[in-house]
Design a protein around this ligand. Structure first.
Ligand code: ADP
Length: 635
């Protein structure tokens, strides 16, 4: 395949910038080496700003500090009298999520000789921990608090890059799950592709997800054992969204789910054996990748990009406006990292895959008014989303006449970390074996039910907080990792989970009345397998219980665990209207030629409530359809 990219780039690469650029190149870093130089601007050229002399002085040596990001890590800093000469991070941060920050951030700090450099988006916990560790080391090296404050003001300055114009057969906007599925599909169809991505790496929200992907392999042993079928998946998805999803789109999603899994496998992605029920998934049909969180998808996509010609990843570049010529979408105007203009033009179609608007508080508040479902979606409510998920694609498409549908359908989860809103720190491993308890020690909802019902239930509790409570049956080996690669021991050590030998002791740690917690658990245990009310629907309508051969499967096998959780904005089901070919529809009901959309930027598939495990299915199924459609489109 010929390289068809036209571009003009001229860049003054200073030595320090080059260090940062090399260090920032992790597995989610750059695109194809042969696809011209647009694949490189992961970190722009940099210059340092001098610290005023006299204020920054160190006692030369090497210093270490232990801090906690996603996991515990050791930060080791070497200084001369005037400079930070080396930063080493000994860590177990997740590949593709926290791990890139352990490389790029030390390089940026050294390049700037300052702590005012930007943390890595999507890796907030890791970035904060690195900053804390470096500060600790510098204090050990004798730097005063005033010196630290001074360093906090010193950042990298970036040389302005030149404007550029890129051309490819297909332009994809957004390198999350849907965008990368589209890009790979278009490339498989023989097309060159430019992928425009706002962040410094691929992944979007998809890489932060638990990785669960719902799909039914109709007629397989697993599906038969679980009494599952494509029809069951369809019905639960459609009904789970209160019948608001477009039946044609729901069918497209569900009917193509398993072939999506097979496609991922054909690209080399590995899944664990069997299926499980993800929270809010309603049924055991979620496939779990071998790699943690959503990283398996992007290892797979990155490996494809690296081993095939013709996909150019353009990072740190934000799409601003779709370009329309004679009623046809032909490209997009973007802003590069340094404010320069990047124009990407498609000879075939454009795919919009910029995700939802979970991190756009203005849009959240505005569109929550439609259904008034949530008491508030203002800044007090955190989000699981990465910071770039601000509805850009929805805004861009609306500006050229796209129809927006079901914008009031916004999904929250009851499982947010109270500090970050992230799903990390979650101690549950299966819906069936844990309960939710409020600050009074009482259950309040069917914990196996719909995501919206669980979260609305949580909003009605004191302080809008709850604990997930479970026993040691969840951890038969003791070192099982959650979707974020965290063990219960990690979480307990970090103070993010509580552990006690008895329920009474656990209640004390939770600061809830012990008699209530004990009574709550006793009541719950009666409905579990082996309990005296086994088989009956419990007080909150719960039907999902652990089903093993133990005498009583309730919460009765210490030590016991609890972790606090809050509501967090997770998925926005409204968005750009599409048809089953992923073509974008305008406000008059007509197809907008040249524009395809996939993933969370679209609306009308999941209705009022997206089933857990269906979002990744959406990215793969509609990403592939959009990629194929854009490849076939001709003006
Ligand atoms: P989906 O699940 O629909 O694929 P993701 O959240 O995984 O959505 O990915 C969306 C991607 O789009 C993210 O990587 C995000 O940084 C990117 N993105 C959002 N807005 C823009 C924009 N204006 N220009 C380029 N990329 C964008």
């Amino acid at each position: 395949m010929k390289n068809k990219f036209l571009q003009k780039t001229s860049r003054k690469v200073l030595a320090l910038g080059l260090v940062a650029m090399l260090a920032a190149t992790s597995f989610v870093g750059c695109g194809k080496k042969d696809a011209a130089t647009t694949s490189e601007p992961t970190v722009a050229p940099t210059e340092t700003v001098e610290a005023p002399s006299g204020e920054i002085a160190y006692t030369p040596g090497t210093y270490s500090a232990t801090v906690t990001g996603m996991h515990e890590m050791t930060v080791t800093v070497t200084v001369s009298e005037t400079e930070i000469t080396d930063i080493k991070i000994d860590h177990q941060e997740t590949a593709g999520v926290g791990e890139p920050a352990t490389k790029s951030l030390p390089a940026d700090i050294i390049a700037a000789q300052g702590l005012g450099v930007d943390g890595v988006s999507g890796a907030t916990l890791t970035s904060t921990a690195i900053f804390d560790g470096v500060k600790d080391c510098l204090k050990q090296a004798g730097l005063s608090d005033a010196g630290i404050e001074k360093l906090m003001t010193i950042k990298l300055t970036e040389a302005v890059e030149e404007d550029q114009e890129l051309t490819a057969d297909v332009v994809v906007i957004g390198a999350g799950g849907a965008g990368m599925a589209a890009a790979v599909t278009a490339n498989q169809a023989g097309k060159t592709v430019v992928v425009i991505e706002k962040a410094s790496k691929m992944g979007g929200n998809t890489i932060l997800s638990g990785g669960a992907l719902n799909a039914v392999d109709e007629g397989s042993e697993t599906a038969i054992a679980n009494k599952d079928s494509v029809e069951n998946h369809y019905n639960q998805t459609f009904n789970g969204g209160d019948g608001e999803g477009d039946p044609v789109l729901v069918h497209t999603l569900i009917d193509n789910a398993w072939s999506g899994v097979e496609w991922l496998k054909s690209l080399g992605m590995e899944f664990k054996d069997g299926v499980f029920t993800v929270t809010g998934g309603m049924w055991p049909r979620a496939h779990k990748p071998v790699e943690p969180e959503g990283t398996g998808f992007f290892k797979t996509y990155q490996a494809y990009v690296d081993s095939h010609e013709g996909i150019t990843m353009v990072y740190n570049t934000t799409a601003k406006d779709l370009i329309v010529e004679n009623g046809v979408v032909v490209g997009v105007t973007c802003e590069g990292k340094t404010g320069n203009t990047v124009i990407a033009k498609a000879t075939n179609g454009v795919v919009l895959a910029t995700g939802g608007f979970g991190r756009n508080i203005e849009m959240r508040v505005k569109y929550n008014e439609i259904n008034k479902k949530w008491p508030t979606l203002d800044e007090t409510i955190p989000s699981t989303n990465t910071s770039g998920i601000t509805g850009d694609g929805i805004i861009m498409a609306e500006a050229i006449g796209a129809n927006l549908v079901q914008m009031g359908n916004i999904q929250l989860l009851p499982l947010g970390d109270p500090n970050t809103g992230s799903l990390s720190g979650n101690i549950e491993h299966a819906v069936e074996s844990r309960i939710f308890v409020n600050l009074e020690g009482n259950r309040f909802v069917n914990e196996g039910g719909r995501r919206d019902e669980m979260t609305l239930g949580l909003f009605a509790q004191p302080e809008t907080k709850m604990y997930i409570v479970m026993d040691s049956d969840t951890y038969p080996e003791g070192n099982e990792l959650n979707n974020f690669g965290e063990s219960i021991a990690d979480l307990v050590a970090a103070g993010r989970a509580l552990k006690a030998d008895t329920l009474e002791e656990l209640a004390t740690l939770m600061n809830v009345p012990a008699e209530n917690l004990v009574a709550t658990v006793e009541d719950y245990n009666r409905y579990c397998k082996g309990g005296d009310l086994e088989g009956q629907t419990d007080s909150f309508g719960r039907t999902l219980f652990t089903d093993t051969d133990e005498i009583n499967n309730g919460i009765n096998n210490g030590p016991f665990y609890a972790a606090v959780r809050v509501p967090t904005v997770h998925h926005t089901m409204g968005g750009v209207q599409i048809n089953e070919k992923a073509q974008v529809i305008d406000t008059n009901g007509n197809v907008i030629p040249g524009l395809f959309a996939a993933g969370e930027v679209t609306g009308g598939i999941h209705g009022t409530n997206r089933l857990g495990g269906n979002a990744l299915t959406d990215t793969v199924v509609f990403g592939r359809i959009a990629g194929a459609g854009a490849s076939e489109f001709t003006k």
